[in-house]
Design a protein around this ligand. Structure first.
Ligand code: SF4
Length: 228
């Protein structure tokens, strides 16, 4: 997809989901430490589940120093509903220790520093930088962003790093943070993984997978668009 069409898609998504009351994030947080921890915990679960344990977790462990000194079993018990709780507890405690030991107890605001923390890849780092620091270094690519990027023809790649590079080349930098939010909203509401609503989708005229995407042949140079 060329830039003009990509911008048309973006404008439609913005008109659908980007109103002034738009939260632009799905996790409820108050500071960089909270958005970092919650984003690490959000792997392979829903934002709603993560938001449900946040009060318990942060009332007991309000800052990096508190979580760095936590009993892992206590953290595991709090986050157990999220699944993979042992690994996730290890990651958030580990990240907190690194923040205390190497960053004076403050979540770092640079990509290269964030990527040194346990459990932090580019997706998490992009979310933290955008929402906590207002810095856009890239596009956070989760399962919704990856799926929609392929269906919409933004990228033909499967790996998140490659998809992110394609999105960064296609969209202006000031759209990178919002793009994540808009694609997730559309992925949840219309372009779902199992049953995309192509017949009623406002992007149907622009989407190479639309107008019967469950059966339509791929359109990009003979390679799969990753459509369903
Ligand atoms: S037309 Fe279909 S595949 Fe394309 S964005 Fe809309 S729901 Fe998704």
């Amino acid at each position: 997809m060329d830039r003009d069409r990509a911008c048309q898609v973006y404008s439609i998504l913005e008109s659908l989901y980007g109103g002034p009351d738009s939260p632009r994030t799905f996790l409820v947080f108050e500071n960089p430490f909270q958005i970092l921890v919650l984003t690490i915990l959000s792997a392979r679960t829903t934002d709603r589940s993560v938001n449900a344990i946040r009060d318990t977790l942060f009332s007991r462990y309000p800052g990096p120093g508190d979580l760095a000194a936590a009993d892992p079993q206590d953290v595991e018990e709090i986050i157990r509903p999220l699944g993979f709780y042992r690994e996730k507890a290890r990651r958030v405690i580990g990240a907190s220790r690194e923040i205390v030991d190497r960053f004076s107890g403050c979540v770092p605001g640079m990509m290269e520093d964030l990527l040194t923390l346990p459990g932090v890849g580019r997706k998490t780092a992009n979310i933290v930088l955008d929402h906590a620091f207002g810095v856009q270094e890239g596009v956070a690519v989760d399962t919704h962003v990856a799926r929609l990027s392929r269906r919409l023809g933004f990228s033909s790649r499967k790996d998140p790093a490659g998809i992110e590079r394609d999105l960064m080349a296609l969209f202006p930098k000031d759209a990178w943070g919002n793009l994540n939010y808009l694609l997730i909203r559309h992925g949840r509401a219309v372009c779902t993984a199992r049953k995309p609503s192509c017949t009623t989708c406002p992007l149907g005229d622009l989407c190479p997978s639309g107008n019967g995407c469950m059966t339509k042949k791929p359109v990009r140079r003979g390679r799969s668009t990753g459509g369903p």
